[in-house]
Design a protein around this ligand. Sequence first.
Ligand code: SAH
Length: 351
Amino acid sequence: MDSLYSLIDKLEETSHLTKEEWVFLISNRNGELAEYLFQKARHWQHHYYGNQIYARGLIEFTNYCKNDCYYCGIRRSNQNADRYRLSKEDILECCQIGHGLGFRTFVLQGGEDGWFTQEKLESLVESIRKGYPDCAITLSIGERTKESYQRLFQAGADRYLLRHETADSSHYRRLHPPELSSENRKQCLRHLKEIGFQTGTGFMVGSPGQTAAHLAEDMLFIRELEPHMVGIGPFVPHHDTPFAQEAQGAVELTLFMIGLLRLMLPKLLLPATTALGTIDPLGREKGVQAGANVVMPNLSPTSVRKKYELYDNKICTGDEAAECRMCLSRRMQSIGYELAVDRGDFCMAAP
Ligand code: SAH
């Protein structure tokens, strides 16, 4: 087996490692190696995106969910979740505030909530598309049929986020009830790409039972899918879930995986996630310094922020949208980056 450093060089040159190489690299990582990786990651981040960090305005529009994922605080079995839905008017108001603040991408995220029928979702997307022709619309509303995705795309949605969560099917079963499968999730991702969405996948780092071999499979799956975005963040336990007593994911491993992703697919849109900012006060800054180039501040009305509680101690649940944007802008400036007023599309430049 090549040395750790030459594996990083090989990844940079060929964007391919074997499963054994991934496992070796991930299991034997150390601080010095991580610095070597992050330096290369920042090189590619600057090459394609300069010092611009793209901001997405996140609108968490419903916390009703028919699914029962063992890790998630808004799973249907959580009787203590205080459920809410935003009306179309509420959502459009969030967009209006967000646009005024310089957001040019809106991410509509929610549980899988049947109250929002296909028709309601299409009409919502059409209204945002009409009101904000200069903005990208991203949906993050779970698994649907190809036809449904197709119609949402036609209604004006540009991007879709659907983390595969873990590429290993037995690990997937450890994290989800039997009615959900890794195969279906991956199929949805392939459909989204075929339709033409800028597609985002991703996984949690340090979820219960996760091994280096699972992370290796995640990297292989992502290499094969070639998504436009990859959102990764540490698993953070939620007190009202079956995983309440499980350990949270590590900041250090999350950063290492961000660096690896930047090197494997250098044009990726890679968020420094709120979960990373939750378990480390400088988590998002560190994420950017490991190769991330996207942040997703919250645009949801403060009255519902606390209720969209996927995990414990989620940050920024009390701040107004304007404060969130300013705070992140300051944070990015403190490390030499700028929050861009831009749709922040995937870079189409030649390699
Ligand atoms: N219903 C949508 C949105 C899910 S919430 C969907 O199915 O895609 C967005 C992401 O939050 C999830 O994909 C999951 O990776 C992450 N998440 C959920 N619970 C979490 C937890 N306890 N810790 C860290 N991340 C979590």
